[in-house]
Design a protein around this ligand. Structure first.
Ligand SMILES: [Zn+2]
Length: 370
């Protein structure tokens, strides 16, 4: 998920907001200003309600961020770096660089978020009580305090990838000493939780609460996918731990000269070798770029004889053969990488190389459907 807007850094962690979050921000502000606060504090002007709505949304946003920061700080203290925190449609997600080393670490990192939400919730409710004469302010603080408690409680649902699912995984892992099986258990439990949430959604809709019901169904649907993909991610990480680019790449790839006309490129390369892309190298073997079938397809056929490969190639993305494969996983999902050592091309790396590697090592059965 590419974050759309960078907010800056806190404790060295980059904070990003996905576009979907702005939608939620508007929806929350509107719900607060038009529905929630008029109910809690009647007889105020629309301007007051909208100010309350915006203030409540900003405060809630800060609380979600505090929840994620709390996971992150405990993680960093355990020696596991955190690259980014992303805020998106369903809340926040700290991009913790790798899994915890021990069940105890995992438990502490997972529990830190809900703990922060509960503490914030209680503090805000107490603060609301202290400013009771200022009814609008008290309503904002009190309601966001209440939402924090709901947020903490929701996150404790025992299904991966929710915090409660991580706690469950840590416990199972502690008792049976097998992290993969613990993850499978937590992911299965996550799916059960997700389907139950969807059922609650259907029930809500039957009761006439359409918006609330749709939210439950959406969150459940998101969690089903997240439970699956976090399990697959773990299987993948296990299989690829310690593996370097050199072991996965296709070595000694077929290369193209930059002066080859595109017509010849199609006939002699794409149709002959059936690869989706070729490295373009000069006579000394230095890589110049990458030409991909998709790029050639966009050019009208009648122009093929008049263009050379160098005119349709793209700048290449290069990687060293010693790089751990886990570091480039995201990048090969998008395009081929040229493997370059001391200025010379030694291989090419694509997602099909990775698929083949996993297949040969008998991993793909465990991650089927990815
Ligand atoms: Zn959390």
């Amino acid at each position: 998920m590419g974050s759309a807007v960078r907010l800056g850094r806190i404790f060295g962690i980059e904070i990003g907001i996905d576009y979907s979050w702005f939608l939620v921000f508007l929806l929350f502000t509107w719900t607060f200003a038009a529905v929630q606060f008029p109910m809690m504090v009647p007889h105020q002007t629309p301007a007051t309600y909208w100010s309350m709505g915006v203030a409540a949304s900003v405060l809630f946003f800060a609380c979600v961020l505090a929840h994620e920061l709390s996971h992150s700080v405990v993680s960093i203290r355990s020696g596991i770096p955190v690259r980014r925190i992303d805020l998106f449609l369903f809340g926040g997600m700290a991009q913790i660089a790798r899994d915890a080393d021990t069940p105890g670490q995992e438990l502490r990192i997972a529990a830190a978020g809900p703990a922060a939400s509960f503490v914030l919730g209680i503090l805000l409710v107490v603060a609301a009580d202290l400013v009771r004469p200022l009814a609008p302010l008290a309503a904002v603080l009190g309601f966001i305090g209440f939402l924090n408690v709901v947020l903490g409680g929701f996150n404790l649902l025992p299904g991966f990838p929710l915090d409660g699912g991580r706690i469950l995984r840590a416990l199972v892992w502690h008792f049976n000493r097998d992290r993969l099986r613990a993850t499978r258990a937590a992911a299965t439990s996550g799916k059960v939780v997700a389907y139950l949430l969807m059922l609650v959604g259907v029930y809500q809709i039957m009761l006439g609460n359409l918006i609330g019901g749709i939210w439950f169904i959406l969150i459940g649907w998101f969690l089903v996918g997240a439970a699956d993909s976090s399990y697959r991610q773990l299987v993948l990480e296990r299989a690829l731990k310690g593996v370097r680019v050199e072991e996965v790449m296709t070595g000694d790839p077929v290369t193209v000269d930059p002066d080859v006309p595109v017509e010849l490129l199609v006939d002699q390369y794409f149709l002959r070798y059936r690869h989706g892309g070729f490295p373009v190298v000069d006579r000394a073997g230095h890589p110049l770029g990458l030409v991909e079938l998709n790029a050639v397809r966009q050019i009208p056929r009648e122009r093929w004889p008049y263009l050379t490969t160098s005119q349709v190639m793209e700048p290449d993305a290069e990687v060293d053969p010693d790089t751990p494969i886990l570091q480039v996983l995201e990048r090969i999902g998008q395009k081929r990488l040229l493997v370059v050592h001391e200025g010379a091309l030694v291989g090419i790396l694509s997602s099909s190389d990775l698929a083949r590697f996993l297949h040969v090592h008998g991993v793909l059965g465990g991650v089927a459907g990815s």
